[in-house]
Design a protein around this ligand. Structure first.
Ligand code: ATP
Ligand code: MG
Ligand code: MG
Length: 406
Protein backbone atom coordinates (compact mmCIF):
# COMPACT_ATOMS: atom_id res chain seq x y z
CA UNK A 1 0.00 0.00 0.00
CA UNK A 2 1.25 3.46 -0.82
CA UNK A 3 -1.21 5.29 1.39
CA UNK A 4 0.93 6.43 4.27
CA UNK A 5 -0.94 5.69 7.45
CA UNK A 6 1.81 7.08 9.61
CA UNK A 7 2.11 10.83 9.28
CA UNK A 8 5.48 12.09 8.21
CA UNK A 9 7.08 14.33 10.85
CA UNK A 10 6.47 18.06 10.63
CA UNK A 11 9.24 20.13 9.06
CA UNK A 12 10.92 22.60 11.39
CA UNK A 13 9.39 26.03 11.63
CA UNK A 14 5.90 24.84 10.67
CA UNK A 15 4.56 24.15 14.10
CA UNK A 16 1.19 25.65 14.96
CA UNK A 17 -0.45 24.14 18.00
CA UNK A 18 -3.85 25.80 17.53
CA UNK A 19 -6.69 23.36 18.12
CA UNK A 20 -10.11 24.72 17.27
CA UNK A 21 -12.00 21.69 18.48
CA UNK A 22 -15.00 20.10 16.84
CA UNK A 23 -18.05 22.01 18.01
CA UNK A 24 -16.92 25.44 19.16
CA UNK A 25 -15.66 26.96 15.91
CA UNK A 26 -17.47 28.12 12.80
CA UNK A 27 -15.64 27.04 9.65
CA UNK A 28 -16.11 29.62 6.89
CA UNK A 29 -15.87 28.36 3.31
CA UNK A 30 -15.36 30.60 0.29
CA UNK A 31 -17.49 28.91 -2.36
CA UNK A 32 -20.60 26.74 -2.12
CA UNK A 33 -20.33 24.38 -5.10
CA UNK A 34 -20.29 20.58 -4.89
CA UNK A 35 -16.97 20.52 -3.01
CA UNK A 36 -18.41 22.92 -0.44
CA UNK A 37 -21.51 20.77 -0.19
CA UNK A 38 -19.53 17.59 0.50
CA UNK A 39 -17.40 19.47 3.07
CA UNK A 40 -20.63 20.46 4.83
CA UNK A 41 -21.90 16.88 4.73
CA UNK A 42 -18.71 15.68 6.45
CA UNK A 43 -19.00 18.56 8.93
CA UNK A 44 -22.59 17.70 9.71
CA UNK A 45 -21.60 14.17 10.68
CA UNK A 46 -18.94 15.50 13.06
CA UNK A 47 -21.00 18.36 14.46
CA UNK A 48 -18.76 21.05 12.93
CA UNK A 49 -20.57 24.32 12.18
CA UNK A 50 -20.21 25.60 8.60
CA UNK A 51 -20.79 29.02 7.05
CA UNK A 52 -20.70 29.35 3.25
CA UNK A 53 -20.03 32.43 1.14
CA UNK A 54 -21.41 32.03 -2.38
CA UNK A 55 -23.25 34.43 -4.70
CA UNK A 56 -25.84 31.84 -5.79
CA UNK A 57 -28.92 31.70 -3.56
CA UNK A 58 -29.47 28.01 -4.32
CA UNK A 59 -25.83 26.88 -4.64
CA UNK A 60 -25.22 23.15 -3.89
CA UNK A 61 -23.91 23.77 -0.34
CA UNK A 62 -26.85 26.00 0.63
CA UNK A 63 -29.06 23.06 1.60
CA UNK A 64 -26.55 21.48 3.99
CA UNK A 65 -24.67 24.36 5.70
CA UNK A 66 -25.59 26.13 8.92
CA UNK A 67 -25.39 29.54 7.39
CA UNK A 68 -25.24 30.73 3.81
CA UNK A 69 -24.12 34.29 3.18
CA UNK A 70 -25.16 35.28 -0.33
CA UNK A 71 -22.28 37.28 -1.74
CA UNK A 72 -19.13 37.24 -3.83
CA UNK A 73 -15.93 35.53 -2.65
CA UNK A 74 -14.16 37.94 -5.01
CA UNK A 75 -15.28 41.09 -3.25
CA UNK A 76 -12.90 42.27 -0.52
CA UNK A 77 -15.50 43.95 1.68
CA UNK A 78 -17.84 40.95 1.49
CA UNK A 79 -15.05 38.48 2.35
CA UNK A 80 -13.87 40.66 5.29
CA UNK A 81 -17.40 40.91 6.67
CA UNK A 82 -17.92 37.15 6.24
CA UNK A 83 -14.63 36.42 8.05
CA UNK A 84 -15.94 38.07 11.23
CA UNK A 85 -18.33 35.19 11.86
CA UNK A 86 -15.72 32.47 11.29
CA UNK A 87 -13.09 30.87 13.56
CA UNK A 88 -11.20 29.56 10.58
CA UNK A 89 -11.52 30.46 6.90
CA UNK A 90 -10.98 28.01 4.05
CA UNK A 91 -11.77 27.63 0.32
CA UNK A 92 -13.44 25.15 -2.00
CA UNK A 93 -12.28 27.07 -5.08
CA UNK A 94 -8.95 28.86 -5.66
CA UNK A 95 -10.40 31.73 -7.68
CA UNK A 96 -11.10 33.90 -4.64
CA UNK A 97 -9.86 37.30 -3.49
CA UNK A 98 -6.48 36.18 -2.13
CA UNK A 99 -5.26 39.77 -1.58
CA UNK A 100 -8.05 40.23 0.97
CA UNK A 101 -7.18 36.89 2.59
CA UNK A 102 -3.62 38.14 3.01
CA UNK A 103 -4.89 41.32 4.71
CA UNK A 104 -7.16 39.29 6.97
CA UNK A 105 -4.26 37.03 7.95
CA UNK A 106 -2.30 40.12 9.03
CA UNK A 107 -5.28 41.08 11.20
CA UNK A 108 -5.06 37.69 12.89
CA UNK A 109 -7.80 35.84 10.99
CA UNK A 110 -6.94 32.15 10.65
CA UNK A 111 -6.88 31.18 6.95
CA UNK A 112 -6.08 27.58 5.96
CA UNK A 113 -4.40 27.00 3.65
CA UNK A 114 -2.52 30.32 3.72
CA UNK A 115 -3.25 33.24 1.38
CA UNK A 116 0.27 32.85 -0.05
CA UNK A 117 -0.68 29.34 -1.23
CA UNK A 118 -3.93 30.47 -2.88
CA UNK A 119 -2.03 33.29 -4.59
CA UNK A 120 0.58 30.96 -6.04
CA UNK A 121 -1.96 28.41 -7.19
CA UNK A 122 -4.60 30.69 -8.69
CA UNK A 123 -2.08 31.86 -11.28
CA UNK A 124 -0.97 28.72 -13.11
CA UNK A 125 2.17 30.37 -14.51
CA UNK A 126 3.21 31.54 -11.06
CA UNK A 127 2.43 28.05 -9.77
CA UNK A 128 4.72 26.46 -12.37
CA UNK A 129 7.49 28.97 -11.62
CA UNK A 130 7.14 28.23 -7.91
CA UNK A 131 7.34 24.45 -8.31
CA UNK A 132 10.26 24.64 -10.72
CA UNK A 133 12.20 26.59 -8.05
CA UNK A 134 11.60 23.69 -5.68
CA UNK A 135 12.90 21.15 -8.17
CA UNK A 136 9.51 19.55 -8.88
CA UNK A 137 9.46 17.85 -12.32
CA UNK A 138 7.16 19.72 -14.75
CA UNK A 139 6.47 19.91 -18.48
CA UNK A 140 8.61 22.72 -19.96
CA UNK A 141 6.74 26.02 -19.92
CA UNK A 142 7.26 29.65 -20.84
CA UNK A 143 5.31 32.88 -20.57
CA UNK A 144 4.08 34.40 -23.86
CA UNK A 145 2.81 37.93 -24.43
CA UNK A 146 3.16 38.61 -28.15
CA UNK A 147 2.67 36.66 -31.36
CA UNK A 148 6.42 36.60 -31.92
CA UNK A 149 7.09 35.22 -28.42
CA UNK A 150 4.52 32.42 -28.86
CA UNK A 151 5.98 31.59 -32.28
CA UNK A 152 9.38 31.34 -30.68
CA UNK A 153 7.93 29.05 -28.00
CA UNK A 154 6.38 26.90 -30.76
CA UNK A 155 9.80 26.50 -32.36
CA UNK A 156 11.31 25.62 -29.00
CA UNK A 157 8.68 23.08 -27.82
CA UNK A 158 7.27 21.87 -31.15
CA UNK A 159 3.63 21.04 -31.93
CA UNK A 160 1.02 20.31 -30.73
CA UNK A 161 1.57 23.18 -28.32
CA UNK A 162 -0.55 23.58 -25.16
CA UNK A 163 -1.58 27.22 -24.63
CA UNK A 164 -3.00 28.09 -21.21
CA UNK A 165 -4.59 31.06 -19.48
CA UNK A 166 -2.71 31.95 -16.32
CA UNK A 167 -5.87 32.65 -14.35
CA UNK A 168 -9.46 31.51 -13.80
CA UNK A 169 -8.94 28.07 -15.35
CA UNK A 170 -11.13 25.06 -14.60
CA UNK A 171 -12.40 21.98 -16.47
CA UNK A 172 -10.06 22.79 -19.34
CA UNK A 173 -11.66 26.19 -19.96
CA UNK A 174 -8.59 28.32 -20.35
CA UNK A 175 -6.64 25.69 -22.32
CA UNK A 176 -6.29 25.49 -26.11
CA UNK A 177 -4.07 23.44 -28.39
CA UNK A 178 -2.24 24.82 -31.41
CA UNK A 179 -1.39 22.10 -33.94
CA UNK A 180 0.92 24.25 -36.02
CA UNK A 181 2.27 27.78 -36.31
CA UNK A 182 -0.69 28.89 -38.48
CA UNK A 183 -3.14 28.13 -35.64
CA UNK A 184 -1.38 30.27 -33.04
CA UNK A 185 -3.24 33.52 -33.60
CA UNK A 186 -6.70 31.91 -33.59
CA UNK A 187 -5.83 29.88 -30.48
CA UNK A 188 -4.65 33.03 -28.70
CA UNK A 189 -7.86 34.81 -29.77
CA UNK A 190 -9.98 31.88 -28.46
CA UNK A 191 -8.41 32.45 -25.03
CA UNK A 192 -9.24 36.16 -25.12
CA UNK A 193 -5.89 37.45 -26.40
CA UNK A 194 -2.68 38.11 -24.50
CA UNK A 195 -4.20 40.80 -22.21
CA UNK A 196 -5.30 38.47 -19.40
CA UNK A 197 -2.03 36.55 -19.35
CA UNK A 198 -1.08 33.40 -21.25
CA UNK A 199 1.74 30.88 -21.11
CA UNK A 200 2.53 27.73 -23.06
CA UNK A 201 3.55 24.21 -22.08
CA UNK A 202 5.33 21.52 -24.01
CA UNK A 203 2.83 18.84 -25.05
CA UNK A 204 3.13 15.79 -22.79
CA UNK A 205 2.08 12.56 -24.47
CA UNK A 206 1.34 10.89 -21.15
CA UNK A 207 0.44 7.22 -20.74
CA UNK A 208 -1.76 7.98 -17.77
CA UNK A 209 -2.89 10.88 -15.65
CA UNK A 210 -2.52 10.27 -11.94
CA UNK A 211 -3.56 12.19 -8.87
CA UNK A 212 -2.41 12.14 -5.25
CA UNK A 213 -4.23 13.88 -2.44
CA UNK A 214 -1.95 15.05 0.34
CA UNK A 215 -3.33 16.22 3.68
CA UNK A 216 -1.29 18.45 5.92
CA UNK A 217 -2.08 19.21 9.55
CA UNK A 218 -1.43 22.54 11.23
CA UNK A 219 1.82 21.22 12.67
CA UNK A 220 3.08 20.42 9.17
CA UNK A 221 2.85 16.63 9.26
CA UNK A 222 1.42 15.02 6.12
CA UNK A 223 -0.45 11.90 5.04
CA UNK A 224 -1.03 10.82 1.42
CA UNK A 225 -4.03 9.09 -0.15
CA UNK A 226 -3.49 6.17 -2.53
CA UNK A 227 -2.50 7.15 -6.08
CA UNK A 228 -5.51 7.19 -8.42
CA UNK A 229 -5.84 7.36 -12.18
CA UNK A 230 -7.92 10.17 -13.63
CA UNK A 231 -9.39 9.77 -17.11
CA UNK A 232 -10.38 12.97 -18.86
CA UNK A 233 -12.80 13.53 -21.72
CA UNK A 234 -12.56 16.86 -23.55
CA UNK A 235 -10.27 18.17 -20.77
CA UNK A 236 -12.83 17.36 -18.05
CA UNK A 237 -12.27 14.71 -15.43
CA UNK A 238 -14.69 11.91 -16.30
CA UNK A 239 -13.64 8.72 -14.50
CA UNK A 240 -11.37 8.10 -11.51
CA UNK A 241 -10.01 4.65 -10.76
CA UNK A 242 -8.73 3.89 -7.28
CA UNK A 243 -6.14 2.62 -6.77
CA UNK A 244 -4.28 3.41 -10.01
CA UNK A 245 -3.08 0.36 -11.94
CA UNK A 246 0.63 1.23 -12.03
CA UNK A 247 3.72 -0.50 -10.59
CA UNK A 248 4.55 0.16 -6.94
CA UNK A 249 7.65 2.12 -7.87
CA UNK A 250 5.49 4.54 -9.89
CA UNK A 251 3.11 4.88 -6.93
CA UNK A 252 6.08 5.72 -4.72
CA UNK A 253 7.46 8.21 -7.20
CA UNK A 254 4.06 9.91 -7.67
CA UNK A 255 3.55 10.10 -3.91
CA UNK A 256 7.03 11.56 -3.41
CA UNK A 257 6.55 14.23 -6.08
CA UNK A 258 3.15 15.15 -4.62
CA UNK A 259 4.40 15.35 -1.05
CA UNK A 260 7.42 17.41 -2.02
CA UNK A 261 5.21 19.84 -3.95
CA UNK A 262 2.84 20.32 -1.02
CA UNK A 263 5.70 20.82 1.43
CA UNK A 264 6.69 23.89 -0.59
CA UNK A 265 3.32 25.53 0.17
CA UNK A 266 2.05 27.02 3.42
CA UNK A 267 -0.98 26.08 5.48
CA UNK A 268 -3.17 23.18 6.51
CA UNK A 269 -5.78 21.25 4.56
CA UNK A 270 -6.00 18.75 1.74
CA UNK A 271 -4.27 19.41 -1.57
CA UNK A 272 -4.69 17.52 -4.84
CA UNK A 273 -1.66 17.03 -7.05
CA UNK A 274 -2.47 16.27 -10.70
CA UNK A 275 0.33 14.34 -12.41
CA UNK A 276 1.34 12.99 -15.82
CA UNK A 277 2.99 9.58 -16.13
CA UNK A 278 5.15 9.63 -19.25
CA UNK A 279 6.24 6.77 -21.53
CA UNK A 280 9.70 6.78 -19.97
CA UNK A 281 8.27 6.48 -16.43
CA UNK A 282 8.73 10.08 -15.41
CA UNK A 283 6.12 11.68 -13.20
CA UNK A 284 5.50 15.35 -14.04
CA UNK A 285 3.32 17.71 -12.05
CA UNK A 286 0.40 19.23 -14.01
CA UNK A 287 -1.21 21.38 -11.33
CA UNK A 288 -2.18 21.54 -7.69
CA UNK A 289 -5.54 22.34 -6.14
CA UNK A 290 -5.39 23.78 -2.58
CA UNK A 291 -8.63 22.05 -1.50
CA UNK A 292 -10.64 18.84 -1.84
CA UNK A 293 -10.70 17.64 -5.46
CA UNK A 294 -12.71 15.67 -7.98
CA UNK A 295 -10.07 12.92 -7.91
CA UNK A 296 -10.88 12.41 -4.22
CA UNK A 297 -14.67 12.02 -4.40
CA UNK A 298 -14.22 8.25 -4.15
CA UNK A 299 -12.67 8.63 -0.68
CA UNK A 300 -16.17 9.22 0.80
CA UNK A 301 -17.05 5.57 0.24
CA UNK A 302 -13.70 3.88 -0.23
CA UNK A 303 -11.32 5.31 2.41
CA UNK A 304 -11.36 5.22 6.21
CA UNK A 305 -11.28 9.03 6.30
CA UNK A 306 -12.73 10.94 3.35
CA UNK A 307 -10.84 13.89 1.87
CA UNK A 308 -13.65 16.16 3.14
CA UNK A 309 -13.45 15.01 6.76
CA UNK A 310 -9.65 15.12 6.43
CA UNK A 311 -9.74 18.75 5.29
CA UNK A 312 -11.81 19.69 8.34
CA UNK A 313 -9.55 17.73 10.69
CA UNK A 314 -6.48 19.43 9.18
CA UNK A 315 -7.71 23.02 9.35
CA UNK A 316 -9.20 22.57 12.83
CA UNK A 317 -5.95 21.21 14.29
CA UNK A 318 -7.45 17.77 14.99
CA UNK A 319 -5.52 14.53 14.40
CA UNK A 320 -5.39 13.46 10.74
CA UNK A 321 -7.33 10.31 9.86
CA UNK A 322 -6.28 7.17 8.01
CA UNK A 323 -6.28 7.86 4.24
CA UNK A 324 -6.01 4.23 3.14
CA UNK A 325 -8.72 2.36 1.29
CA UNK A 326 -11.11 0.09 3.15
CA UNK A 327 -12.26 -1.58 -0.08
CA UNK A 328 -10.02 -3.25 -2.69
CA UNK A 329 -11.20 -1.06 -5.55
CA UNK A 330 -13.47 1.81 -6.50
CA UNK A 331 -14.40 3.75 -9.58
CA UNK A 332 -15.95 7.22 -9.74
CA UNK A 333 -17.99 8.41 -12.70
CA UNK A 334 -18.79 12.11 -13.13
CA UNK A 335 -22.30 12.87 -14.33
CA UNK A 336 -21.75 15.65 -16.87
CA UNK A 337 -24.62 17.67 -18.30
CA UNK A 338 -25.58 16.33 -21.75
CA UNK A 339 -28.60 18.36 -22.80
CA UNK A 340 -29.77 21.64 -21.31
CA UNK A 341 -33.05 21.90 -19.42
CA UNK A 342 -35.63 19.14 -18.84
CA UNK A 343 -34.07 16.64 -21.29
CA UNK A 344 -30.77 16.85 -19.42
CA UNK A 345 -32.45 16.21 -16.07
CA UNK A 346 -34.34 13.23 -17.47
CA UNK A 347 -31.10 11.64 -18.76
CA UNK A 348 -29.34 12.16 -15.45
CA UNK A 349 -32.27 10.79 -13.46
CA UNK A 350 -32.38 7.64 -15.59
CA UNK A 351 -28.69 7.09 -14.88
CA UNK A 352 -29.23 7.60 -11.16
CA UNK A 353 -32.12 5.13 -11.13
CA UNK A 354 -29.95 2.50 -12.79
CA UNK A 355 -27.17 3.19 -10.27
CA UNK A 356 -29.56 2.48 -7.41
CA UNK A 357 -29.82 -1.05 -8.76
CA UNK A 358 -26.06 -1.69 -8.72
CA UNK A 359 -24.29 -3.23 -5.77
CA UNK A 360 -21.72 -0.91 -4.16
CA UNK A 361 -22.87 2.19 -6.07
CA UNK A 362 -23.46 5.49 -4.24
CA UNK A 363 -25.14 8.44 -5.90
CA UNK A 364 -24.20 12.07 -5.31
CA UNK A 365 -26.45 14.63 -6.98
CA UNK A 366 -25.25 18.20 -6.44
CA UNK A 367 -28.65 19.83 -7.03
CA UNK A 368 -27.25 22.68 -9.13
CA UNK A 369 -30.01 25.08 -10.08
CA UNK A 370 -29.37 24.66 -13.80
CA UNK A 371 -28.08 21.92 -16.06
CA UNK A 372 -25.56 22.88 -18.72
CA UNK A 373 -23.58 20.92 -21.27
CA UNK A 374 -20.32 19.49 -19.91
CA UNK A 375 -21.08 20.75 -16.42
CA UNK A 376 -20.45 18.50 -13.44
CA UNK A 377 -23.96 17.74 -12.14
CA UNK A 378 -23.23 14.81 -9.84
CA UNK A 379 -21.16 11.65 -9.55
CA UNK A 380 -21.49 7.95 -8.85
CA UNK A 381 -18.91 5.96 -6.93
CA UNK A 382 -18.86 2.17 -7.19
CA UNK A 383 -16.92 0.25 -4.54
CA UNK A 384 -16.23 -3.46 -4.93
CA UNK A 385 -14.04 -6.49 -4.33
CA UNK A 386 -11.78 -6.01 -7.39
CA UNK A 387 -10.87 -3.60 -10.15
CA UNK A 388 -12.49 -5.99 -12.62
CA UNK A 389 -15.81 -6.02 -10.75
CA UNK A 390 -16.11 -2.25 -10.31
CA UNK A 391 -15.35 -1.74 -14.02
CA UNK A 392 -17.92 -4.38 -14.97
CA UNK A 393 -20.51 -2.69 -12.76
CA UNK A 394 -19.77 0.67 -14.38
CA UNK A 395 -20.23 -0.93 -17.81
CA UNK A 396 -23.60 -2.24 -16.68
CA UNK A 397 -24.54 1.20 -15.37
CA UNK A 398 -23.57 2.83 -18.65
CA UNK A 399 -25.22 0.03 -20.67
CA UNK A 400 -22.15 -0.60 -22.74
CA UNK A 401 -20.32 -3.79 -23.66
CA UNK A 402 -16.76 -3.08 -22.64
CA UNK A 403 -15.01 -0.61 -20.43
CA UNK A 404 -14.13 2.46 -22.46
CA UNK A 405 -14.47 5.70 -20.52
CA UNK A 406 -13.51 7.75 -23.58
P1 ATP B 1 -9.05 21.41 -13.72
O1 ATP B 1 -10.51 21.22 -13.93
O2 ATP B 1 -8.33 20.13 -13.34
O3 ATP B 1 -8.69 22.56 -12.83
P2 ATP B 1 -7.77 22.99 -15.76
O4 ATP B 1 -8.77 23.78 -16.51
O5 ATP B 1 -6.98 23.69 -14.73
O6 ATP B 1 -8.44 21.68 -15.18
P3 ATP B 1 -5.44 21.55 -16.74
O7 ATP B 1 -5.41 20.68 -15.56
O8 ATP B 1 -4.31 22.49 -16.95
O9 ATP B 1 -6.80 22.37 -16.86
O10 ATP B 1 -5.57 20.67 -18.05
C1 ATP B 1 -6.71 19.88 -18.30
C2 ATP B 1 -6.30 18.60 -19.00
O11 ATP B 1 -5.65 18.92 -20.24
C3 ATP B 1 -5.29 17.78 -18.24
O12 ATP B 1 -5.89 17.00 -17.25
C4 ATP B 1 -4.68 16.97 -19.38
O13 ATP B 1 -5.56 15.94 -19.78
C5 ATP B 1 -4.59 18.00 -20.49
N1 ATP B 1 -3.29 18.70 -20.46
C6 ATP B 1 -2.95 19.76 -19.68
N2 ATP B 1 -1.67 20.15 -19.88
C7 ATP B 1 -1.17 19.33 -20.83
C8 ATP B 1 0.11 19.22 -21.50
N3 ATP B 1 1.12 20.04 -21.22
N4 ATP B 1 0.25 18.23 -22.43
C9 ATP B 1 -0.78 17.40 -22.73
N5 ATP B 1 -1.99 17.46 -22.14
C10 ATP B 1 -2.20 18.40 -21.21
MG1 MG C 1 -7.07 23.62 -12.71
MG1 MG D 1 -6.41 20.15 -13.96
Amino acid sequence: ATASMHPSPPPEGHSDETVHGVTNTVVGVLGGGQLGKMLCQAASQMGVRMAILDPLEDCPASSVCHEHVVGSFNDGATVSEFAKRCGVLTVEIEHVDAVTLEKLEKQGIDCEPKASTIMIIQDKYRQKTHFSKFGIPLPDFVEVDTLSSIEKAGEMFGYPLMVKSKRLAYDGRGNAVAHDKKELSSVVASLGGFEHGLYVERWTSFVKELSVIVARSRDGSTVCYPVVETIHKDNICHVVEAPAEVPDKIKKLATNVAEKAIKSLEGAGVFAVELFLTQDNQVLLNEVAPRPHNSGHHTIESCYTSQYEQHLRAILGLPLGDPSMKAPASIMYNILGEDEGEAGFTQAHQLIERALDISGASVHWYAKPEIRKQRKMGHITIVGPSKYSVKARLDKLLQRDAYDPK
